[in-house]
Design a protein around this ligand. Sequence first.
Ligand SMILES: *[C@@H]1O[C@H](CO)[C@@H](O)[C@H](O)[C@H]1NC(C)=O
Ligand SMILES: *[C@@H]1O[C@H](CO)[C@@H](O)[C@H](O)[C@H]1NC(C)=O
Ligand SMILES: *[C@@H]1O[C@H](CO)[C@@H](O)[C@H](O)[C@H]1NC(C)=O
Ligand SMILES: *[C@@H]1O[C@H](CO)[C@@H](O)[C@H](O)[C@H]1NC(C)=O
Ligand SMILES: *[C@@H]1O[C@H](CO)[C@@H](O)[C@H](O)[C@H]1NC(C)=O
Length: 614
Amino acid sequence: MASLLGHRKFALSCILLSLIFVDRLLAFAVTGATGGVDSTTGARPLRYEIGQYSASGPPFDLLILSLIAFQSANQSDPLSYFQISGIHGFPRIPWDGVVGTGSYPGFCTHAATPFPTWHRPYMALFEQVLWMHAQDIAATFPSDQRSEYQNAALSLRVPYWDWAINPALPDVVTQTQLSINTPNGRATVDNPLYSYVFQSDAAGNGFPSSDPMANFAETVRWWSTSAQASNQTAANAALMANAPTILSLTYQLFTTVTNYTYFSCTWPGGQGGVPNNIEAIHNSIHNSVGGYGHMQFPEVAGFDPVFWLHHANVDRLFAMWQALYPDSFIVPTVNAYGSYYEAVGFVDSGTSALAPFHSDDSGTMFTSEAVRSIKSFGYSYPELPDWEMSSSQLAAHVRSAVNSLYNPISNTTVAHLRRNVQHRSANLADSFGGVTLDMARQMNVNNLDRQWSIAVSVDRFALETSFAIDFFIGDAPGDAPAWATAKNLIGTYAQFSPANATFLHPDGYPAGQVHGEISMTHTLAAGVLRGVIRDLSPQSVVPLLRKGLIWKARTASGLEVPLSDLSGLSISVFSRPVVPTTSRDRFPTYGAVQWQESVTAGKTCGGRQPRAPG
Ligand SMILES: *[C@@H]1O[C@H](CO)[C@@H](O)[C@H](O)[C@H]1NC(C)=O
Ligand SMILES: *[C@@H]1O[C@H](CO)[C@@H](O)[C@H](O)[C@H]1NC(C)=O
Ligand SMILES: *[C@@H]1O[C@H](CO)[C@@H](O)[C@H](O)[C@H]1NC(C)=O
Ligand SMILES: *[C@@H]1O[C@H](CO)[C@@H](O)[C@H](O)[C@H]1NC(C)=O
Ligand SMILES: *[C@@H]1O[C@H](CO)[C@@H](O)[C@H](O)[C@H]1NC(C)=O
């Protein structure tokens, strides 16, 4: 074993050499981190939640040391953190010999049906290289610690951040320095989860100066121009303000979205469908974490180290969803927006290449079909012990985990919460606002007898830059920068668009719409709890929303955008009756979607019912 590990560094160097000098003779085979798999049971090492993982001692020490080594690799190396992060966006260069011609700078597919599948081998590649560094580093620990670190290294996987139940940046992501055990003893190190420090300037990085994010020396979150620093307090406030809606949307992704096409991002519109999808939820987290910062913009988001914890969670939710709906998968769908590799109008199917990820060294590229299962990549998640269960047992296991995590049923039922209707406060923010995640959970927000949502449809490139639409009950605060964290915020719809879309699409934006959903059951349930409205029925809620539901749009840097500037914007409201679940083993039963057209009628960009696309 020792000699095997001793050869890792040599192996890594050989791979680098092959990428650089052998050129097209050998491709880099993405295998994921394959070590640590139990050959008897088939059990694969888990990706753990970061909160738990950060208290794990040696595994966490190794994660940090490996990430430092990864980030230190020269940006000219194809397996450097810079180049692997850069696959997602800038710099607009080939990777592993795969050349693109599309206008978007990165290989990633967004607002397109391979969104969940493309990011799976991407994560596996990142995990594989991180794992290689871990083997080298573990071998350098003093002999009395070495075997413990080498064991930890074999099962090292990327942790995930479950933002639906932990809606704040993980502590170990926010600190600029960390104290860990290293081969030379306890040491304080610059935290590689806090930021990535670029090794060069914009020109050296290959970033175009027209991109407003090009000139940062390191990745930032909610950049404060006055402080010339990241403001992570603002990121946490935005995450917390959106926590109840994220909790509900995450839960309903499992309970109401049964078709892969809709799950991934592409919504059919019309009476029966709902626009909730994994990509829109994911966009919201990019927005809340990034503010005016790298995570907000897809062309640079991959550089912020928290990107990998976020996408591990996206992959986890996808894998859990697959366990529930194993028969639904990708069907051919037009990619209306393209990528660096795919031209606008390309038809994505299960057999389309997930560029630039090769499955072998002769240059075969992965397809969505080839990454349908996580088994071949050597990892799993706590909710998915698939090696010891049949597929129906696994589905039952996941259903119960989803209920425990995202639909915690407290003893307080809505019936207990109901109070006599008191005098309405004139202040809607006091009556309905200030709903924390804890309060949403105590109100059983995902298990009430009716569910309320806002549906958003808007052009993918509705504006030159990324933007967000904030929904309020009652008037919005006067200043746009205060909207993201307003007490009476219901939730934020976030577009995940480049900082400068005009630069990327000088000949005009590709046409097409994206869709998302905001849950407002928590806001309304708080009104019931406080005795301001009688119940969640349309009779009680519709008059309130007609008067009180307000929306405003802003850019990532906090400038108000007139709603009329957002092309194709249409806002609708729907509700549906729900039969709550009384069992961990079952989901609630949802009745037909009822569009509440009178709520939005006559308001700017208020739609009656979203149009079907096309
Ligand atoms: C990275 O490698 C290039 C090419 O060998 C070299 O010019 C550059 O100085 C190196 N950068 C760093 C930060 O070591
Ligand atoms: C950081 O954000 C918080 C919360 O939004 C805000 O109160 C504070 O003024 C901001 N600080 C700076 C330096 O911008
Ligand atoms: C999902 O819905 C789309 C649009 O109606 C349809 O084309 C597709 O066949 C469905 N996919 C599955 C796996 O049922
Ligand atoms: C809920 O009720 C059960 C039985 O009445 C009790 O045992 C349990 O402690 C209660 N849980 C909470 C969180 O109050
Ligand atoms: C976007 O890029 C164009 C060049 O293509 C430049 O003229 C414009 O100022 C840029 N806009 C922003 C907001 O950076």
